[in-house]
Each structure stands twice: as structure tokens, then as C-alpha cells.
Write a protein that binds this ligand. Structure first.
Ligand SMILES: [Zn+2]
Length: 173
């Protein structure tokens, strides 16, 4: 299993918004309902996956991916509408004000869905810090012993030097 690498926030958002926009468009072709937020959710998760960080940066990556997937989705779906792949809704055409409020509502849902998707990925997919914390922990100086022969650092409880093999005198404490 290869170790994923951390990426810049911009890289994650760029990938997330494209994935979100494409998925939203694909959903829009088959089913009109909630295509934007579903795409934003998956896009936000993808963005957070690429950024590969904990909740916080992952949430921001998801939020931005979700928000920016909307103009990408609108632009892409417009192309499909022009080519007749996405049917325009029947009935009376919405007014300009109705369209504006619809875009605002979808934008808010996209932001929320993207942030949720990013947070979930940040919770399950982030670098582990257990090893680095243990590595930076200093060894208590009172427990450190050195070989009487070569001066190599001895592991605690080992009566023989791992470097030269000389048996060490047992000191109290
Ligand atoms: Zn030694």
C-alpha cells in the first residue's frame, strides 16, 4: 500500500471542484433532484482526500470544492442542455428572481455538502502522528547508561553492550 502524500489546498480544491461539477452534471442528466449538493459532497470528499489532512484543512478543502463545483456544474450542464442531453423542466419558466434565489440555495447546500464531505474524509483519511510524537519525545536523562568500554548508549535493562558486547556492571537504581 503506497503512502498518500499531502497536497496543497489549491490542488485538492481544483480536483474537488472538477469532480463535484462532473458528478453533479452526470446526476443532472439522469435525475434533476439534488444533483448539485450530491456532486458537491463527493467533490468535497475528493478534494479532502487529495489534501490528505485532518478536519480543519479537509473541511476547508471540501467547503471550497463544494462551492466552486457549482459554477463548474452550471457551465458544464449548460453545454448538455444545449445539446439536449439534459431536458429543461416543463411548465412555466422560472423568473429571473426565482433563478437567483435557486442558485443561492444550491450554493448554500453545496457549501454545506462539500464541508460535510471534506470533514468525513478528514476524520477517516489523514496522516497519523503517533510515530512522530514518539520520535520527538526525549529520553529521560536519568535512565540513560553508556558502555564502560566503548561509550555506546545502552538499552535499559540490557546487561551487555549491543555495540561491543562487554558485560556492564549492574548499578543500583
Ligand atoms: Zn560497548
Amino acid at each position: 500500500m503506497s503512502t498518500p502524500k499531502k497536497h496543497e489546498l489549491g490542488t485538492g480544491v481544483a480536483i474537488g471542484l472538477v469532480v463535484g461539477g462532473v458528478i453533479a452534471t452526470v446526476i443532472a442528466i439522469t435525475d434533476q433532484s439534488f444533483s448539485g449538493p450530491i456532486g458537491a459532497f463527493i467533490g468535497g470528499a475528493c478534494g479532502a482526500y487529495v489534501v490528505y489532512d485532518k478536519i480543519g484543512r479537509s473541511t476547508i478543502a471540501g467547503l471550497l470544492s463544494g462551492l466552486l463545483s457549482l459554477p463548474f456544474f452550471l457551465g458544464l450542464s449548460q453545454v448538455f442542455v444545449i445539446f439536449g442531453l439534459i431536458p429543461l423542466p416543463l411548465g412555466p419558466q422560472p423568473t429571473f428572481t426565482e433563478l437567483q434565489s435557486a442558485v443561492v440555495v444550491i450554493a448554500l447546500m453545496d457549501v454545506l455538502a462539500g464541508a460535510v464531505g471534506g470533514s468525513i474524509l478528514g476524520a477517516v483519511h489523514h496522516p497519523t502522528t503517533v510515530q512522530s510524537e514518539a520520535a520527538t519525545q526525549p529520553i529521560p536523562s536519568g535512565q540513560m547508561k553508556y558502555c564502560i568500554q566503548c561509550g555506546a548508549l545502552l538499552s535499559p535493562g540490557n546487561p551487555t553492550c549491543p555495540h561491543c558486547g562487554v558485560k556492564q556492571p549492574q548499578m543500583p537504581g
